[in-house]
Unconditional design. Structure first.
Lengths: 114, 112
């Protein structure tokens, strides 16, 4: 079956512009996670969804970052007024239910802010 | 240009040798641990997991060891192959909670 997909795979934008990143989780997975991975570094937790609600937004770096999930499926991560330090790979993962379920990752979106 | 981030620790291993990748986890309340493998240009992929009521678990060519006393986790790969070259992350979780915390990762280089 289809895995987690993310789009676009690459995004180059100018400083100050808004960007929207999309994640399509595995069908039926109720938990969805967003992470950020900077060059040569580990995964930084941003936010997770259980269904359409986001109980934990503690990882969002600033109020320029927001995320939503609709219909318990697709999620979008929006970054407003992008800054150069936002350049990173943004990874999405889904799991059947909870943190103790295996997380299945998408290939990521590489964001470059010029 | 793009800023240079911290370099990941790197482990270089001869093909056919065994590899041991170590991880120190942060939360003594964590009771579920996972190892992920990330190949270049791809998202992390699950390798093996272990719950805190165990101190060892074996998979195919991989073994995870857990030492809760010192909050240490290790991944052993037997007969390392070129295809094992990747970045390996440990992750911790408290069962019943959604958030999974990832370690910084170790880059494994297999020398043919």
């Amino acid at each position: 079956g289809a895995g987690v997909s993310q789009s676009p795979s690459n995004k180059v934008t100018e400083k100050g512009k808004d960007v929207e990143l999309r994640c399509d989780p595995i069908s039926g997975h109720t938990a969805l996670y967003w992470y950020r991975q900077s060059l040569g570094q580990g995964l930084e937790f941003l936010i997770y969804f259980q269904g359409n609600s986001a109980p934990d937004k503690s990882g969002l770096p600033s109020d320029r970052f927001s995320a939503e999930r609709t219909g318990g499926s697709v999620s979008t991560l929006t970054i407003q007024r992008t800054q150069q330090e936002d350049s990173a790979v943004y990874l999405c993962a889904s799991s059947p239910r909870s943190g103790t379920d295996t997380q299945y990752f998408g290939p990521g979106t590489r964001l470059t802010v010029l | 240009g793009e800023s240079v981030g911290l370099h990941l620790p790197t482990l270089s291993v001869q093909e056919g040798d065994n590899s041991i990748i170590n991880c120190a986890y942060s939360n003594s309340a964590s009771d579920y641990f996972i190892w992920y493998k990330q190949e270049s240009g791809k998202g992390p992929q699950f390798i093996i997991d272990i719950r805190s009521n165990m101190d060892k678990r074996q998979g195919q060519r991989v073994t995870v060891l857990l030492n809760k006393t010192v909050k240490h986790l290790s991944l052993q790969i037997a007969a390392t192959q070129p295809g094992d070259s990747a970045v390996y992350f440990c992750a911790e979780n408290i069962m019943g909670y959604q958030k999974v915390t990832f370690g910084t990762g170790t880059k494994l280089q297999v020398i043919p």
